[in-house]
Design a protein around this ligand. Structure first.
Ligand SMILES: [Zn+2]
Ligand SMILES: [Zn+2]
Length: 247
């Protein structure tokens, strides 16, 4: 019964059962959920191994869907958003049912069309604490929420902030027809340079980089972080509670 360790072998690739699709370490794969009614799990393949009896084992790093995270799904989470977790596992190669692509946030927003196999990831997720990296992201609009790529937004020409039509009492149709948009704050301040955001006392939105939607505030210099401190989404203070993914 004891399996010889020497019989184990690392494979360069694996053909998904019942398909001609080849997956390799580094690829993102869909794994059959234990409950067939649920969407497949998404994971990154770390290693493929075969034992002496031809059983293929895959070492995976799970992606979590927002609803599987401790904080649950939030309004700014995209429908195809995933978090790269620190939760590793070993699964049978048989559970792989397909291949998928997990884009960066930026490349996802540039896709011409999003197929069922397209996902995106902008956060790493620590399964034991519920913590995210980066732990702060830029926010937009009056509602001060991070960007949800599924939602239509309109950019103010003056302050360069982005706004949800609904938050500005506009319909999606009105916004789509607009060539130019100036938000009410900028409009009432006569579009003067400088202090466009009255009342926040911090010189307004330093969001000149917001068009590229980087959420990497942690890797930037501290200056950027502090001057934007009122415009970030705090996402800490969650209670540790280890999560197990059952199969
Ligand atoms: Zn809004
Ligand atoms: Zn404005």
């Amino acid at each position: 019964m004891a399996k010889s360790k020497a019989a184990r072998k690392v494979l360069d690739s694996y053909v998904i059962k019942g398909t001609h699709k080849v997956v390799k370490a580094g690829d993102c794969v869909l794994l059959r959920a234990s409950d067939p009614g649920n969407p497949p799990y998404v994971a990154r393949l770390e290693k493929i191994e075969v034992d002496g009896r031809n059983n293929v084992k895959v070492y995976v790093r799970w992606y979590y869907r927002p609803e599987e995270s401790m904080g649950g799904r939030r309004q700014f989470h995209g429908a195809k958003e995933l978090f790269l977790s620190d939760h590793y596992d070993i699964q049978s190669g048989d559970t792989i049912e397909g291949k998928c692509t997990v884009h960066t946030f930026k490349s996802y927003t540039k896709l011409e069309s999003v197929s069922a196999e397209d996902y995106f990831c902008r956060f790493e997720y620590k399964a034991s604490t519920g913590g995210f990296t980066p732990d702060r992201v830029a926010v937009y609009c009056k509602c001060e929420m991070p960007y949800n790529p599924d939602d239509l937004m309109v950019q103010c020409e003056a302050c360069k902030d982005w706004f949800h039509p609904s938050c500005m009492n506009l319909s999606q149709e009105q916004v789509k027809k607009m060539d130019h948009y100036v938000c009410p704050d900028c409009d009432s301040s006569g579009q003067q340079e400088g202090d466009k955001r009255q009342g926040n006392g911090e010189g307004g939105s330093q969001l000149e980089d917001s068009k590229t939607w980087p959420t990497d505030s942690g890797s930037q210099d501290g200056e950027k972080k502090s001057r934007n401190s009122h415009r970030v989404f705090p996402r800490s203070e969650q209670k540790p509670e280890p999560k197990k993914r059952k199969r």
